[in-house]
Design a protein around this ligand. Structure first.
Ligand code: TRP
Ligand code: SF4
Length: 325
């Protein structure tokens, strides 16, 4: 039996390059070696964005298009929407009985978000329990491998602790440890140099047109000490170069030599990058458009994914009830 992988993403809008290199590039090949369960976690989105709940529905659909376009394959993986499988909430309830408050209050991600996010009120019971639901997501499928970004490590650690505590309290050897599968690719910054994020509007989306990509690349910050074309550049401080590093692999030396040897101007260098990104994203954009033309098929995929997920989830809950009561 193949090991089970679980991962989820909050439907907060269109996917961008950060999601592609940070997550999906990892998720797609795992489909051939693992038994993969991928969920669009809309309850998690609600926890933070309950005041804009209506947007979640269209975001779920947009995310499904992006996932399918990137190569998540419903014939290989279980692809579904979290709220279609009520057992997630059932297991969350069980876990909430045994999770000490201190674990949640000490969670660094939680503390940071309370500190940083001022536009939404996150001082709620639900938001404190965000990692409890995440643990339920993973353990409901008895997953042992979780492809995630580094920022999610504290959450995964909590999932592991919650699973162990369940085993300890109910004297069962039921949940195995879940471990991260981290992506090697360095994190991409947004085209303004800040963290790439939908809320900063600084991301290149997977669905962007060539023209949109070009405009965004042109805004990237290059080596500020390079004023004239004849000034040698310092690629390591240039944002354009950091994108090259992620997207062209071997050919990176060429760009480096051209830059440090002042053989290329930044405008041309940016134009080249825009072309490379356009070319990389073309198949995704086309596949996305093809899926978008068949909304009924997308809906059917999510429905049948939910059925499969539900069958697995019900079996786990049956065993959990037998352990508890
Ligand atoms: N918290 C994750 C994020 O913000 C999303 C998520 C929810 C998740 N449940 C999960 C990720 C389970 C991995 C496994 O990116
Ligand atoms: Fe950056 Fe290219 Fe300009 Fe060098 S030439 S500073 S890599 S944009």
């Amino acid at each position: 039996m193949k090991p089970v992988v679980f991962s989820g993403m909050r439907p907060t809008g269109k996917l961008h390059l950060g999601h592609l290199v940070g997550a999906l590039k990892n998720w797609v090949p795992l489909q051939d070696t693992h038994s993969c369960v991928y969920s669009i976690v809309d309850w998690h989105a609600l926890m933070g964005e309950y005041e804009q709940s209506k947007a979640i529905t269209s975001n779920v659909y947009e995310m499904a298009l992006d996932w399918l376009a990137c190569g998540l394959d419903p014939d290989k993986s279980v692809i579904f929407v979290q709220s279609d499988v009520p057992e997630h909430l059932e297991l969350q309830m069980v876990f909430s009985c045994i999770t000490p408050l201190g674990w949640l209050e000490r969670n660094p991600t939680y503390k940071e978000q309370l500190r940083e996010i001022k536009t939404r009120d996150l001082q709620t019971y639900g938001f404190l329990g965000y990692p409890v639901l995440q643990a339920a997501d993973i353990l409901l499928y008895r997953a042992t491998a979780v492809p995630i970004g580094e920022d999610q490590l504290p959450h995964l650690e909590l999932s592991r602790e919650i699973g162990r505590r369940f085993n300890f309290i109910f004297k069962a050897d039921f949940f195995a440890d879940c471990n991260p599968i981290l992506t090697e690719t360095p994190r991409l910054l947004g085209f303004d140099g800040r963290k790439m994020s939908k809320s900063y509007q600084n991301a290149i989306n997977l669905s962007d047109t060539p023209e949109e990509i070009r405009k965004k690349v042109m805004q990237m910050i290059t080596d500020p000490s390079r004023i004239k074309l004849t000034d040698p550049g310092h690629p390591d401080v240039c944002q354009v170069f950091s994108y090259y590093k992620v997207f062209i692999g071997d050919k990176i030396k060429e760009v480096e030599t051209c830059c440090t040897g002042a053989k290329i101007g930044c405008t041309e260098c940016k134009r080249n990058l825009a072309n490379i990104l356009t070319e990389k994203l073309a198949p995704i954009r086309e596949a996305r458009a093809a899926w978008a033309a068949k909304p009924k098929n997308v809906k059917d995929i999510l429905d049948s994914g939910a059925q499969k997920a539900r069958a697995l989830a019900q079996e786990t809950m049956r065993q959990i009830r037998a352990i508890i009561f």
